[in-house]
Design a protein around this ligand. Structure first.
Ligand SMILES: [Fe+2]
Ligand SMILES: [Fe+2]
Length: 478
């Protein structure tokens, strides 16, 4: 009997030290322009760790990079101090690092520079260098490892009886090579073989995705994927490694890759802990049955944060990105100037102010469109039943789009093929595809992966056409 082994996995905690900012426009605008919560990143981490600490049966916690947001020492000090407390509480902590965890030396493409935000601007603050990360986090992984690949900082640990995990450190600078070089690949191959030969299942964890969340992501920003993802996919298929846990995209997503011989593996991508609907994974491996069970755990409250009566999710969702536009959308009709103020940093407020009358009319026109407008445009109107027509006339087009946006990061998109929203938007994108094809609109064609279409791209965002549930999966390790 080998028994069961469980662990928690958090990624993209993007921790920002409270010493790095004072309340004021500079940091508020910095956060608004982002897609994650920065000011409350310490409280979010705290809320997750409360749950981890409350679970006395699970002793392992894994962090897979972008642990801090801007490669500054203040945040690393706070973050590492929190890891030390976890260890004191009896937890085993394994950490890898990624692009946001260090600052470039000016001779590479890592563009992060660490700073402290003041009331009026920002000032530089000491930075972490890439070469220092291994020693800095040595106690949280490499020290407990069965083997370490020093060049990359990758290592392998015994998670429990019959199960090992390779934590690949791929903190390349994102726009060049992030991933293992030849020597690292040889080390990884050797570790997988040794683990299997000694009766262990092998799990992998790495920051960058091995399977893109959507094909269009791979097409447009392939450099964001794990460098050598094809090679790693081949290795996983050949050696029967069934799962790699990833982060970086901030997207909650479970995807399956199957090669020509029918061999497969899963990429379990976990959303950023500091996303509005941040989650961590709770994974259990039953080494006797050869089964891996992946669940997801979110937080319900933000201890110490005044959310103005809102749930943690609603509060965080309204901070930035699409959530901020949605939150202040009603102002479009009543107070256009305030709408521009509140969405400054998300929408191009300056440009919109420059063409204010046109912007106001255009946005108000778009905002008042109903789903029926999209149905007529996409020529699906006639095929709708009277009830569907009624529903389409009553449903705001932007309300539907906002719901779609709400699911981009937390996954499990909402509109399955049997829904009115799907039918209407699917028909609309099909019509757009015909239009783009007929008029050879190169600017749009460039965005579409070869052999794909706008319709296929849209499908990825309309419903979960992947493994059925981005939050949970149970699979065989054999
Ligand atoms: Fe990240
Ligand atoms: Fe990242």
């Amino acid at each position: 009997m080998k028994g069961k082994t469980s662990f928690y996995l958090l990624t993209d905690t993007h921790y920002v030290s409270k010493r790095n900012w004072v309340d004021g426009k500079p940091f508020t605008m910095r956060e608004r322009g982002d897609q994650i919560a920065l000011k409350t990143s310490p409280e979010i981490l705290e809320a997750f760790l409360e749950k981890v600490l409350a679970d006395k049966d699970t002793d392992t916690v894994i962090f897979t990079g972008d642990n801090v947001n801007n490669g500054d020492m203040n945040s690393h000090e706070d973050f590492r101090a929190r890891l030390a407390q976890l260890v004191q509480a009896g937890k085993k902590v394994y950490v890898t690092t990624a692009t946001h965890d260090y600052c470039g030396m000016g001779d590479d493409e890592n563009f992060f520079s660490s700073c402290v935000y003041t009331e009026t601007g920002s000032e530089p603050t000491p930075s972490m260098r890439k070469a220092e990360l291994f020693d800095y986090y040595y106690d949280y992984g490499p020290k407990q490892a069965l083997s370490v690949h020093r060049e990359s900082g990758s290592y392998i640990v015994q998670l429990g009886e019959g199960v090992r995990m390779v934590l690949i450190n791929d903190n390349g600078n994102g726009r060049s090579h992030c991933g293992l070089f030849e020597d690292g690949v040889a080390w990884l191959t050797k570790q997988i073989k040794a683990a299997k030969d000694s009766g262990n299942y092998v799990l992998l964890a790495v920051h960058h995705p091995v399977i893109a969340p959507w094909e269009t992501y791979r097409h447009l920003v392939e450099f964001e994927l794990y460098g050598g993802y094809r090679e790693l996919s081949k290795l996983m298929c050949e050696t029967g490694v069934r799962v790699v846990f990833t982060g970086h995209t901030h997207v909650q997503n479970i995807r399956k890759y199957t090669d020509e011989a029918g061999r497969w593996f899963l990429d379990v991508s976990t959303t950023a802990a500091v996303s509005a609907k941040g989650k961590m994974r709770f994974v259990t491996v039953d080494a006797d049955a050869g089964v891996c069970d992946v669940q997801s755990v979110g937080i319900e409250r933000l201890p110490g944060v005044d959310t103005g009566g809102l749930s943690a999710y609603d509060y965080l969702y309204g901070l930035n990105f699409a959530g901020r536009v949605e939150k202040f959308f009603p102002l479009l009709k009543t107070d256009f100037d305030r709408f521009l103020d509140e969405t400054d940093g998300v929408l191009p407020a300056e440009k919109l102010r420059g063409h204010k009358t046109l912007a106001k009319l255009g946005l108000r026109f778009a905002a008042s469109r109903k789903l029926s407008f999209a149905a007529k445009l996409g020529k699906s109107w006639r095929s709708l039943t009277p009830e569907q027509k009624k529903q389409a006339k009553e449903t705001g087009l932007f309300d539907v789009l906002f719901v779609i946006f709400r699911h981009i990061y937390p996954g499990n998109a909402p509109y399955t093929p049997d829904t009115l929203e799907y039918m209407v938007l699917h028909a609309l994108t099909q019509r757009a595809d015909r239009f783009v094809e007929k008029h050879k609109i190169e600017k749009v064609q460039k965005l579409i992966p070869p052999g794909s279409s706008l319709t296929e791209i849209a499908e990825d965002f309309l419903y979960n056409n992947r493994t059925g549930d981005d939050d949970a999966i149970r699979f065989s390790l054999n």
